[in-house]
Design a protein around this ligand. Structure first.
Ligand code: CU
Ligand code: CU
Length: 403
């Protein structure tokens, strides 16, 4: 157990007012690693009966809470200014729903287990360039994917390691490549301390069921068939979603159309933002208050600021290049542009439908994905950038080297 104070930047405050779970786990149990911090009433006697005010205040405190994982629960529908003191501790606890049956788990969490694990081994995490190449399609038309939610340190540059919440230990998670109409059988097993879940934007499923959260050691399985081609986001959908996405639980699922697009060198670029606190044992925790204020420390393609400046994406003169750009946010958009080039084709929706010709820059919104194509018939070093340069300057920039 570390004597380091647990930063309240790690406290997750979901300020939604109306999202309470309806019941505890079906068997009435809770994850033993989770200790109840208390309801608004219990934790702030005589000071407030307003849950929003309580959580807002709690998230700005600077407490040391060694060795506890805490949840401040809410009563069903009991939040907001109308929240009643009658919704006391017991009622609030019974309302705790770690299974997140309604996919909107309403919690405030502090979890030092994660923090210790990540800070203890952070210095050893090696830097590794995230490969931007689109993986080839499998010959199988059914993809069976079993991933783990893991809370592990991830080195995003030579000088920065973050206390990541991840799919399969990396930020972003692995690239999934499938084809329109394929069957995807997906299982997530939670090896982390806090509840996690999976939300594929390429799926059409009841999120309350498929995208529900699972606690440590549990798994969730669902199956879907992507109906549309395109570049889609996936992410953990456990509330507060901002925290789970902001801490690294996202990635890209690329759905190729059934009739193949023209041959090209295909790359996947996932833009995302990093909001970080000061390092503890060499590892920087994610800062929820910074996420709320939407002023990132870094913005990156594929999880490492400037990585393709240091080690460019290389193609040959005459190549056609296709960028599948997914913006995982959590908040800002990506004005995608290649300096010195033009996209002869971009797909706002599912390729090959409705191509747009002759595009200089196009905004990929947070939670969205688009496809950009160009012919590399001029040799040179072409920066691809988020042309919102307040973000580009923070790391969402790279080189396309045409040789
Ligand atoms: Cu999560
Ligand atoms: Cu989403």
């Amino acid at each position: 157990m570390s004597d380091q104070p647990i930063r309240l930047s790690e406290m997750i405050s979901n300020l939604n007012d109306n999202s309470g779970g309806e019941a505890a786990n079906a068997d009435g149990t809770r994850d033993p690693a989770v200790i109840v911090l208390g309801s608004p009433v219990a934790s702030a006697p005589g000071t407030t009966t307003n849950r929003r005010a309580f959580l807002a205040r709690a998230s700005t405190l600077s407490l040391a809470l060694p060795g506890v994982a805490a949840i401040a629960a809410c009563a069903p529908g009991g939040g907001g200014a109308g929240g009643s003191a009658a919704a006391g501790t017991a009622d609030s606890l019974s309302a705790l729903d770690l299974q997140n049956a309604n996919s909107r788990l309403d919690t405030a969490l502090v979890h030092s287990g994660t923090h210790e694990a990540t800070t203890a081994s952070g210095a050893a995490a090696p830097f590794r360039r995230y490969s931007p190449e689109l993986p080839p399609l499998s010959d199988e038309r059914t993809l069976r994917i079993h991933w783990r939610a893991q809370e592990v340190p991830v080195r995003i540059s030579e000088s920065t390691t973050v206390a990541g919440w991840t799919f399969e230990g990396d930020i972003p998670g692995p690239i999934v490549h499938c084809q329109e109409g394929d069957t995807v059988e997906f299982t997530l097993t939670n090896e982390g301390v806090v509840p996690h879940s999976m939300d594929f934007h390429a799926a059409q499923l009841d999120p309350k069921v498929a995208f529900r959260s699972v606690v440590q050691g549990d798994s969730v399985t669902f199956t879907f068939k992507p109906r549309w081609a395109g570049a889609f986001m996936y992410h953990c959908g456990t509330a507060p979603v901002l925290m789970h996405i902001g801490a690294g639980m996202y990635g890209a699922i690329i759905v190729s159309p059934r009739n193949p697009l023209p041959p090209a060198k295909e790359f996947v670029l996932v833009q995302s933002e990093f909001y970080l606190g000061d390092a503890v044992n060499g590892v920087r925790p994610f800062d929820y208050n910074k996420m709320l204020s939407t002023m990132p420390d870094f913005v990156a393609f594929n999880g490492r600021p400037n990585q393709y400046i240091d080690d460019p994406i290389r193609v040959s003169v005459g190549d056609r290049v296709r960028f599948w750009v997914v913006n995982c946010g959590p908040t800002h958009s990506c004005a995608f542009h290649v300096v010195g080039e033009q996209f002869d084709t971009m797909y706002l929706g599912a390729p090959p439908g409705t191509p747009i010709r002759g595009v200089q820059t196009f905004d990929v919104p947070a939670g969205g994905g688009m496809v950009f194509e160009l012919d590399c018939d001029v040799p040179g070093e072409f920066p691809f950038v988020n042309h919102g340069f307040g973000h580009g300057q923070k790391g969402s920039i790279g080189f396309l080297l045409v040789e």
